[in-house]
Design a binder for this molecule. Structure first.
Ligand SMILES: NC(=O)C1=CN([C@@H]2O[C@H](COP(=O)(O)OP(=O)(O)OC[C@H]3O[C@@H](n4cnc5c(N)ncnc54)[C@H](O)[C@@H]3O)[C@@H](O)[C@H]2O)[C@@H](O)CC1
Ligand SMILES: [K+]
Length: 499
């Protein structure tokens, strides 16, 4: 699923109206009716709905919803948030229809007019949608705070009012905090960025029937990775195969006290379908690794406690480097030599990334199309500071183009940057914020690379599977109870959900 900008959606509205031979009022009726159907599904008859309508088309949607609520016998109070006297045509048309039914919106013009909102009420926010072009100021801003402080379950129509679709609000801007956002046609980029995601606790996409062909023709850098997209990438195994078909992964990492990290990565690689897996670790890790995973082969470095040479006599299909290595000079130098010798795309994580950040000249030697998996702090060390999330996204886009790499930026929504594209993953949960979760992610992506997935698909699919395995683990044992080894243990079941 592509993510469209506000201007693309506004244009798609117009084109759909023309192609379908309908009026904009009819499109509004369709969009708002579908939103109403969702609202009705979760409405409890005893609840009072307080609808706050702006005076543009987002407000028009609110008025349609008010009419439908009244028709189906719900208790609804409708307020027109009169921040200006320039009402849109479709707002006016729907206001008339509502008045004909004997329901006249109460006009709010100042703070004295604000109604009491109790925590038991349901608020529908139809004040501003994608037409927002400046921060909300004055008494409407106070109304937004009044709604946010009420404790009422708040449903935003299309966008939480005050949230821009293409910029981060400033600290002084008033923005609705929506428990649920019913968003038209597709989610907006700001729903996924760390600085703005908290305004949308949950969102549901309402298909308002815009012209499919036109939408498909639109260019967008941003795409969602959900179940459908993951299933399209998945290549089920053929019957006539042997372990050699699924590749040999070499996982290089670990140091004294941090052998667990590479063990987790290797275990996950095997549980994600890698045919063979060899661990390359300092000597001190030999017994723990052999004991923890009998299926893995273990090679040891000359170094007792840290990697110092990285010499091996095998031809892996993919090399993964960096978890638990530390950044010692001998390790850095051995990593540099490994990069020089490696031609196939590899995966670099954790201290591997920190070594690259401290020795930027090494970035030129990272094989093209390699996958780097930083968390935000590691990313900052790699690319420098950013002003806000939009600036960060642009900086990462330039970085991946400059070095021909793929960046997996880990977070509540993990972003995969590849060429012009940014893929936003929607599986996963807060239980995955636990030690070693990143080591597991490296394991699954490495295993997919070894099985012949392209680096972009391996990154995108691996991130999805990692999140899905986390969701299955959380459903069974709870977000607090799960540890990263559980994510590895649920990997097979994550694949099975795609069959
Ligand atoms: N035919 C269509 O175009 C459809 C539009 N729909 C709805 O229409 C919405 C967009 O409607 P509009 O373009 O009328 O815009 P909004 O309803 O979001 O905003 C109304 C107007 O307020 C003004 N404004 C913006 N920021 C302001 C601020 N901070 N303070 C005061 N005034 C401000 C702008 O002039 C803007 O056009 C969508 O989000 C969606 O809810 C849907 O009904 C689907 C169909
Ligand atoms: K809204």
């Amino acid at each position: 699923m592509k993510i469209f900008s506000a201007s693309q959606l506004q244009k798609a509205d117009k084109i759909s109206i023309d192609n379908q031979g309908i009026t904009s009022e009819e499109l509004m009726e369709r969009a708002a009716t579908r939103a109403f159907n969702e609202i009705e599904n979760i409405l409890d008859e005893n609840k009072t709905v307080k609808l706050f309508c702006g005076i543009g088309n987002n407000g028009g949607d609110g008025l349609v919803i008010a009419r439908l609520l009244k028709n189906s016998g719900h208790k609804a109070q409708v307020y027109a948030v009169n921040y200006s006297d320039k009402r849109s045509n479709d707002f006016l048309a729907n206001n008339q229809k509502l008045e004909k039914m004997g329901l006249k919106p109460i006009v709010l013009k100042a703070e004295e007019d604000f109604p009491k909102i109790s925590a038991e009420d349901i608020v529908i926010d139809a004040i501003f949608g994608i037409g927002l072009n400046r921060g909300i100021k004055g008494w409407p801003a106070k109304l937004v705070h009044h709604i946010n402080h009420s404790g009422a379950f708040t449903i935003a129509i299309d966008m939480p009012s005050g949230l821009f679709s293409d910029q981060v609000p400033s600290e002084n801007d008033a923005v609705i905090k929506a428990d649920l956002c019913l968003t038209f046609q597709g989610p907006k980029l700001v729903f996924f960025l760390p600085q703005t995601m908290d305004y949308v606790n949950e969102f549901k996409v309402i298909d308002i029937g815009l012209d499919k062909q036109y939408l498909e023709s639109l260019d967008s850098s941003y795409e969602i990775t959900g179940r459908l997209e993951a299933a399209a990438i998945y290549k089920p195994r053929k019957k006539n195969t042997h372990k050699g078909n699924f590749g040999h992964t070499l996982i290089v990492g670990g140091s004294y006290g941090k052998i667990g990290s590479v063990i987790l990565t290797a275990k996950t690689a095997l549980k994600s379908g890698a045919g063979l897996c060899t661990l390359y670790i300092p000597k001190c890790g030999y017994i723990p690794a052999q004991t923890a995973i009998p299926e893995v082969m273990v090679l040891t470095d000359e170094g007792e406690e840290k990697l110092s040479e990285i010499e091996f006599d095998l031809e892996p299909d993919v090399i993964c480097f960096g978890m638990g290595t530390g950044k010692d000079l001998v390790t850095k130098e051995a990593f540099g030599r490994l990069l020089e010798r490696t031609k196939k795309p590899m995966l670099v994580d954790a201290d591997g990334l920190n070594i690259l950040s401290e020795n930027k000249e090494l970035l030129e030697s990272v094989p093209k199309n390699s996958v780097l998996t930083p968390h935000p702090k590691e990313l900052q060390r790699l690319i420098g500071e950013w002003k806000d999330d939009f600036d960060k996204v642009n900086k990462v886009k330039s970085f991946v183009k400059k070095y021909n790499l793929i960046i997996v930026l880990k977070g509540a929504y993990t972003f995969v940057f590849s060429g012009e594209k940014v893929f936003i993953n929607i599986s996963g949960n807060s239980g995955m914020a636990t030690a070693g979760s990143g080591d597991v992610l490296s394991g699954v992506i490495t295993a997919l690379l070894s099985q012949g997935y392209s680096p972009e698909n391996a990154a995108r699919f691996g991130v999805y599977l990692h999140g899905k395995a986390g969701d299955l683990a959380s459903a069974d044992i709870g977000a607090e109870g799960m540890i990263s080894g559980d994510i590895a243990n649920y990997m097979g079941r994550a694949f099975k959900t795609l069959i």
